[in-house]
Design a protein around this ligand. Structure first.
Ligand code: HEC
Length: 218
């Protein structure tokens, strides 16, 4: 009976694990590094420049970004909102919802949790997934066929080297991964401290053991 129950559970879990495997379209690896603050800063700047016109990251505030990335409150507001917001404000697009609906026929997805929802590699590949179709004379995206999002990095792609274009997409993806889970930065920090503490503890314990056993003949 037990075996049968286990078998049933396994069979029921198979479709779940298949679904977890996600879309079958091949994704490029973003190879981003959350510890690279320069990359995160460049990503924040590019996000503000190229994405914020349409997308919010409503769960982030400017002053949180400043504290995490090493900017002052004045700097973050200057760099990201061109001095139009306050540091305590959420990072909101200025595009009214009605306009998005009229122009694009859809609500603008908020990008706060996009990296968690679809993965950092997905964002990287999506940004790099635009292909020009000479027949329709328009851009389409291999990961989201028929998407209404324009190829916003088109001129950047045209005017920069393959390497620097890939780096820009990587920086933006890196920033959006950070935005999806800002605590990840601190967790890393804490991780190192815990490891160091454990190492010191092992050394101290070892020395103590030596000290205790020194006079005991064994
Ligand atoms: C001109 C407006 C506009 C700009 C600028 C823009 N987007 Fe979008 N974006 C959209 C629209 C509209 C959609 C919804 C697309 C759809 O449903 O076809 C979208 C969807 C997305 C999605 C979700 C894709 C999916 O699979 O559902 C991601 C990720 C995204 N945008 C990232 C970005 C990033 C990163 C930038 C900046 C480099 C950016 N967008 C700039 C309009 C824009």
């Amino acid at each position: 009976m037990k075996v049968l129950q286990w078998l049933t559970i396994c069979v029921l879990l198979v479709p779940l694990s298949l679904r977890a495997a996600g879309p079958s379209l091949p994704l490029e690896s973003a190879n981003n590094d959350l510890q690279d603050l320069d990359s995160l800063k460049r990503g924040a700047e590019l996000f503000a420049d190229k994405c914020l016109a349409c997308h919010s990251i409503k769960y982030m505030r400017y002053n949180r970004i400043a504290a995490d990335l090493g900017w002052s409150n004045e700097e973050v507001v200057e760099v990201m909102s061109y001095g139009q917001d306050r540091a305590v404000d959420d990072v909101m697009t200025r595009m009214p919802e009605g306009v998005a609906m009229n122009v694009f026929g859809t609500k603008m997805p908020d990008l706060s949790l996009m990296a968690r929802l679809k993965g950092t590699d997905y964002i990287y590949s999506f940004l790099r997934g635009y292909e020009y179709d000479p027949e329709t004379e328009s851009w389409d995206n291999r990961l989201l066929k028929g998407t209404v999002m324009p190829h916003v990095l088109e001129s950047m792609e045209r005017h920069s080297t393959e390497e620097s274009y890939a780096q820009a997409a990587r920086d933006i993806s890196n920033f959006l991964e950070y935005a999806g889970e800002p605590a990840k930065l601190q967790r890393w920090d804490l991780g190192w401290k815990v490891m160091l503490f454990l190492l010191l503890l092992i050394i101290v314990t070892y020395l103590l053991k030596k000290e205790y056993w020194r006079d005991i003949k064994h």
